[in-house]
Ligand binder design. Structure first.
Ligand SMILES: Cc1ncc(COP(=O)(O)O)c(C=O)c1O
Length: 362
């Protein structure tokens, strides 16, 4: 049976997401009882207490479909960020929003420009839509090279995607460079800023993408509840986009794309700025400790503004295996000479530092 007759040809090169090792597989390899999963940029802490309480209350309503317009969540986001409701979209994770925008805007022959290495969904969403993609190397500090992105844009470019802080390097673009970039991007190119890790940023000169959002120009900012808010398992992302784009995405998306629990938990988190700040500080402390450790050990790393740090090691695969034995799960990238190390809670950071010291200490 030739199955290829059923499938769109452009799907051939798309790579399915490779899930990490399962808990029981890790337990077989690890030589310790305590495992720290630092491989998916998740929060090491449970959801906010306010979110857990809201979830408990919402469980009995699960016989009903979710609110397909995510009305209350959208209202709250509007109030919280001072952006009109017509310019807000919510999705089953910000991943879905990237896919939806690609499906809505891209056609064969278009191209998408973004930095690389970065979030793999920029590539897959372009491939699935049948568009081409152009991957532009990062700067020496692990952030998007905005001038190189501009140079890669041509008359077939429909989208330029910018990830700041960038996954997997943690680098941010500066406010000044970003302003200049926005002035130079051709008006027919949709700029998507993926700010999934924005809440972790504390660098004074880092770009704050929402400040440039005016609801008129083709400019979108995407955020998520998966990272600092600790709701990765529920899937809830949101974006700010001009109303015509929001309307079109609403036609393309599944009617009940954001489930009830995700909606209520997200609302609860948004109302708890104190917990958000507490987590931002804890992450920054852990990140600093990790970076100081890499510095001490003479390992090259990118200064990070996110909840992970990219560290260079001579043999990434051997280091990954050695860390796994010590119960530390980090993220390898095939062919790369480094690893992405998540910032755990205080204990997780201590365990990570101890493991690196054992492996690389003199
Ligand atoms: C840069 C970036 N953007 C978007 C996402 C998607 O996040 P989610 O779909 O959980 O909102 C991730 C997840 O790791 C990410 O690293």
């Amino acid at each position: 049976m030739d199955w290829s007759v059923f499938f769109r040809e452009n799907l051939e090169p798309v790579q399915a997401y490779q899930p990490g090792l399962r808990e029981e597989q890790i337990r077989q390899i690890a030589e310790v009882d305590t495992i720290y999963k630092l491989s998916s940029n998740e929060s090491p802490w449970p959801p906010f207490p306010s979110a857990l309480a809201a979830l408990q209350e919402a469980l009995v309503t699960l016989n009903e479909y979710p609110d397909g317009s995510a009305h209350q969540l959208t209202q709250l986001l509007s109030w919280h960020y001072d952006v009109p409701v017509e310019q807000i979209i919510v999705g089953n994770g910000s991943n879905e929003l990237i896919d939806l925008i690609a499906q809505t805007c891209l056609k064969p022959g278009d191209n998408v420009v973004y930095g690389w290495p970065s979030f793999v969904v920029y590539r897959s969403s372009a491939q699935i839509a049948g568009a081409e993609y152009r991957e532009v190397p990062l700067t020496a500090d692990g952030s998007f090279d905005l001038n190189a992105l501009l140079a890669a844009i041509d008359e077939r470019t429909k989208i330029v995607a910018v990830c700041t802080p960038n996954n997997p390097t943690g680098g941010v673009i500066s406010d000044a460079a970003f302003t200049e970039f926005l002035e130079k991007v051709p008006p027919q190119v949709l700029v998507i800023i993926d700010a999934a890790y924005e809440e972790f940023v504390d660098e004074a000169h880092a770009a704050r993408p929402l400040a440039a959002f005016d609801g008129r120009r083709p400019y979108v900012v995407l955020r998520t509840f998966s990272k600092i808010y600790g709701l990765a398992g529920l899937r809830c992302g949101y974006g700010f986009a001009p109303a015509p784009l929001v309307e079109m995405v609403n036609k393309v998306r599944e009617p009940f794309n954001v489930n009830t629990l995700a909606q209520v938990a997200a609302q609860a988190c948004l109302e708890d700025d104190a917990e958000l700040e507490r987590r931002r500080v804890l992450n920054a402390e852990g990140r600093q400790r990790l970076q100081e450790c890499f510095e001490r050990l003479g390992l090259r790393y990118y200064p990070s503004q996110a909840n992970f740090v990219w560290v260079e090691v001579a043999d990434a695969s051997a280091t990954f295996d050695a860390l796994l034995k010590k119960g530390i799960i980090v993220r390898p990238f095939p062919g790369a000479c480094g690893l992405r190390v998540g910032v755990g809670d205080a204990q997780g950071v201590t365990a990570t530092i101890a493991a690196f010291e054992e492996l690389f200490g003199v």
